[in-house]
Structure formats: C-alpha cells, structure tokens
Design a protein around this ligand. Structure first.
Ligand SMILES: N[C@@H](CCC(=O)N[C@@H](CS)C(=O)NCC(=O)O)C(=O)O
Length: 259
C-alpha cells in the first residue's frame, strides 16, 4: 500500500517519539526513515528541514517541527483531537506544550547524554534498534569525533547539566501542581498534545517500558544518572508518565522502515 507520510527520525529521539505517538493515536499510517544522531542533519536539510528531526514529509509539505506536525495531524484526522477546539482550552494545551518543548526536552536530553555519551558501549547498544546497520558501524568507528560534535551541538557540559537539572525539576513541579487535584490529564478531560509532549519528552528521565525502542536498565547506567532517574520515577510526574505510557500509548507495530 502506498504510504503518503514519511517520518525522518532518530529512533531514540524523544521529539520523534512525540510525533509517532500522535500518528499512532490517530491511526495514521507512515513509513519511517531512521538516522543516527549527526547523520540526521544531512537527511533533514536535504528535504528542506532545519537539520533537526522529526521531519514529516506529507507529499506536498515538509513539516520540520514536532508541534507543527501535531497541529497538522488534527487536520488529517480530526478525532481523537490533540488540540481542543475551544480557544481558551487550546491555548492552555499550547502553553504547556511550549513549556515542555523549550525546557523539558532539551533538559532530559542533556542530562541523559551527559552521563551516557562517555560510555561508548552502552550508547552503541541504546542506538542500535531500528538504526541502519551501515550508519551504526560508521558511528562506532567515528565515535570520538561524532560524540564531540553531539556535545557541541547539544551544549553538553557541566554548566549545561546544572541548568538542565534545575529546569527539569521546575517543569515537573509545574506539572505536579496540576496533578494534585487527581485529574487524569493535564488539560481538560481527555488526552491532548500537552500530555503526549510531557510523557515523550520526559521519558529519558523515567524510562517507560513501552517507549518506541527499548530503554536501558537502570543497572546499565552511570550510578548518578540511575539515581536521578529513580528520583523522577518516584515523583508524581514520573508516575503520571508511566500511567500515560501504560494506558494511552498505542504503538503501531506496522510502520515499515523506508530508506
Ligand atoms: N523544535 C524541534 C526540536 C527537535 C529536536 O531538538 N530534535 C533533535 C533530536 S531529539 C535533533 O534533531 N537534534 C540534532 C541536532 O540538534 O543536531 C521540534 O520540536 O521538532
């Protein structure tokens, strides 16, 4: 069957996970072109993206931002809606999503990579599922150079780590304030782009079992990262992510890989 939508991705990327979740939730079929970090820059720019992924090719449009893609999905298939039709409710969802995109996503990525990047064996293992074998090989032999490029691009250093830890905690505080009244979703009474974005971008600090590709075990990680993750798993925000993954994440196992 001819698949109209193609997702250019890094399989491990939590911004790609956010988009996949939206597509799977709506039952929109797509093929995926997976790349390893750094390699995605060429693939993204080649089709008119900004060098980052996700990029969704729709046939006549190139969407190169996860939020633009989620908005687009509501136009492809109205139900279940990711953004409420009521203006005030929609603005609330969009404000939460923006907070997670700008603060949570970069912070979880930086904290995770700060501890994982020095461990070549572990990182190669984490990056392997779904990745093109040739790229995985080249990534392995060029690890010294590529891991430095990643450090530079993602600002992975001790100062960045400290700032990211603060932002991470601040974002969880914000979410947990809302959850104290026992609500099942962050905004309104159904799953929205706010919940999906929080769960997907928070996943590297909580390691839900049914993430798109297998997450490492705590015992494999640097002890400081494992401690940090344990703390987030126990927080109400972490429990909320587990709940969303268990109850709401419908993975479409059928999405074929396109090269
Ligand atoms: N604002 C973008 C951010 C996407 C993003 O940061 N993607 C990461 C992957 S997790 C990326 O491509 N990073 C590569 C780089 O910056 O070189 C979105 O929401 O789609």
């Amino acid at each position: 069957m001819n698949q109209p939508y193609k997702l250019i991705s890094i399989p491990l990327s939590h911004y790609c996970e956010k988009v996949r979740w939206g597509m799977d939730l709506k039952g929109i079929e797509f093929t995926e072109s997976p790349y390893l970090p750094v390699f995605q820059r060429i693939a993204s720019k080649r089709v008119g993206g900004q060098g980052t992924v996700p990029v969704l090719l729709t046939g006549d449009k190139v969407l190169s931002d996860s939020t633009d893609i989620l908005h687009f999905l509501d136009t492809v298939k109205e139900s279940p809606r990711l953004y409420p039709t009521n203006e005030a409710e929609r603005k609330d969802v969009e404000a939460m999503e923006e907070l997670f995109n700008s603060k949570l996503g970069p912070a979880t990525r930086r904290v995770f990579y700060y501890y994982a990047l020095p461990d070549k064996k572990l990182l190669m293992k984490i990056l392997k599922p779904m990745s093109p074998p040739k790229q995985h090989f080249v990534f392995g032999v060029s690890f010294f150079v590529l891991s430095r490029l990643m450090r530079k691009a993602l600002n992975i250093n001790i100062k960045g780590l400290m700032r990211s830890k603060e932002r991470l905690s601040m974002t969880f505080d914000e979410v947990e304030k809302r959850l104290t009244d026992g609500r099942p979703f962050l905004c309104g009474d159904s799953l929205s782009a706010a919940d999906i974005t929080f769960a997907a971008l928070g996943a590297p600090m909580v390691l839900p079992k049914n993430y798109h590709i297998p997450m490492p075990e705590l015992s494999e990680l640097h002890p400081d990262l494992a401690d940090e993750i344990r703390r987030y798993q126990e927080r109400p925000g972490g429990q909320f992510i587990f709940k969303l993954y268990n109850e709401q994440r419908r993975v479409n196992q059928e999405s074929p890989i396109a090269q």
